[in-house]
Every structure is written in structure tokens, then in C-alpha cells.
Write a protein that binds this ligand. Sequence first.
Ligand SMILES: [Zn+2]
Length: 186
Amino acid sequence: MSAVPPPDRAREREVMRALAAVEDPELPVSIVDLGMVRAVTVRGSRAVVELVPTFLACPALWMVESEVRRSVTALPGVAECEVAWRAGGWSGADVTEAGRRALAGAGLAAPAAGGEVACPFCGSPDVRPASPFGSAVCRSAAYCDRCRTPFEVLKDKRSTGGAAPVSGAPDVPAPVGPPAGGHPAP
Ligand SMILES: [Zn+2]
């Protein structure tokens, strides 16, 4: 049995920097600013990136996963990258300030910690839902009564049926490919 190498903190910071350049395929925001990255561990030449999905049914998750693998394994010294999807639920409150500004530039709002939604254009809380369906499955449509502008809201665990997963569901299923922790393809 070989000894497990200790975590390589310097390389973990490099991985975080690489992740900060990975954008959500449907949003003009990096996955770091979206609050999707839960943890990064590097031991030896192997990196493990723990992510939470912004929206369980988002069909773009597999694109995020492959882009994470590609950019992390492009770093010198990292030969392997495992992407582990974690349950627990992403919420709009996980979005960073920089992420909020980038989303607002695209006319998108992320709910705050209490679920409140403010207009991404004028900041007014005087908004109302317009439709549960936006231009993508992970968005709903809303309307600002102050500046009279329609915008879209990123759905989070509160708007997707609550934080509790379907009873019996042990974890977030991997969007595609082998289960997390499985051996990567050669
Ligand atoms: Zn407004």
C-alpha cells in the first residue's frame, strides 16, 4: 500500500485559477463566480474538483464537467482530474458579487439568501414572476414593475421543488458518463 501524498495547496490555487476561467455554457459567468465549486484537492498529479450543479436538470452540466477536466489537466503537473458532483443544492446566494454583476449585464438575476429577487437592471425589489419558463430550463421569467423591464431569474433549490431531494435519492446523479469515483477512461 503506497502512502497517499499530502494535499498540494499551491497547485490547488492554480486549479482554482483555471476554474475561474471556465464559464457556464449558458451564462456569461465563471463556475467559480456562480458558486458551483465546493472544493479542490490536489494530491500528487491527481486533482479532484467538487461541484454542485446550479440546476439538476440543466443539460449543460456535462459540458461544464468536460471543460473542467480539460482546463485542469492542461495545467503542468496535473495528469488526472476527477469531477465529483455533490448534492446539497446550489442557491442563488452562492453567486459572488462579481458573478451577480456579470449576470446583471446579461439581464439575469440570482435569488438572494432568503429567496428575494431584485431587478438586475435597476435593483428594485418590486418585481413579480411572469412565467415559470424562461429561455432555458434553468431560468424563469420575471418582470420589474419599477423600470418595466422583463428579465430572467436563475432557478435554485427553492424554486425547483425545495432543498430536499426526491426521497431515497442518495446523491446527485452524474450528468453523463461513468459514476463519480469510477476509473477515468485511459
Ligand atoms: Zn427594474
